[in-house]
Design a protein around this ligand. Sequence first.
Ligand SMILES: Cc1cc2nc3c(=O)[nH]c(=O)nc-3n(C[C@H](O)[C@H](O)[C@H](O)COP(=O)(O)OP(=O)(O)OC[C@H]3O[C@@H](n4cnc5c(N)ncnc54)[C@H](O)[C@@H]3O)c2cc1C
Length: 177
Amino acid sequence: MTGSVVLVGAGHAHLEVIRRAPTLRSAGIELTVVAPRWFRYSGLASPVAAGLLPPSANTIDVAALARRCGVAHHEATVDAIDLPGRRLRSDDGAWHPYTAVSFNVGSVSRREFTAIGDTINLAKRVQENAAPGQIMLTRATYETLARSGDATTANLRPCAAVQLKGRQQATELYEVI
Ligand SMILES: Cc1cc2nc3c(=O)[nH]c(=O)nc-3n(C[C@H](O)[C@H](O)[C@H](O)COP(=O)(O)OP(=O)(O)OC[C@H]3O[C@@H](n4cnc5c(N)ncnc54)[C@H](O)[C@@H]3O)c2cc1C
């Protein structure tokens, strides 16, 4: 195939395509990307969220990347497609003709997390293991209570260690009685 390929979105999938634009150009394919200018790379989201790296560490300047790779970048989002006319409209009203178009616009679904990490995963697995109405604790929580002095462990009964999904070792659990 030769001609004009429009990439809609400049995230994980299309960034690599943009980077390969020179190879595609030598094969007769010219790229245009229609996407917002800034993109946050998920691979570095955790260290940025933890404050170990500055926000700039996972922020990709799509306009600069496109310029370096000789790709036309239109800073906008696509809001309409004219299939018979083989063209896309961006939200600033411009139309973009294409020979082929590739959509990789991520997901609009949004999850509301207030906390993430191993402790949360473990808590979920313990919860899944409990019967209705049963309250279960891990050994770490049991020991914290035992050390705290202001809570009693007398009403906690050890259960048989269980192999929780996704964990390498069996987890010691206690039940509130
Ligand atoms: C913190 C985090 C960690 C993740 N870790 C993993 C992992 O370890 N393994 C894994 O497989 N997946 C992981 N994912 C999921 C993965 O990032 C997505 O599945 C992947 O990004 C989808 O690729 P994409 O190119 O379609 O979309 P994205 O990378 O989300 O990029 C979408 C792009 O489209 C643009 N856009 C949206 N709408 C329009 C529009 N109408 N017009 C033009 N542009 C538009 C956006 O601005 C963005 O530039 C993670 C996601 C997050 C947030």
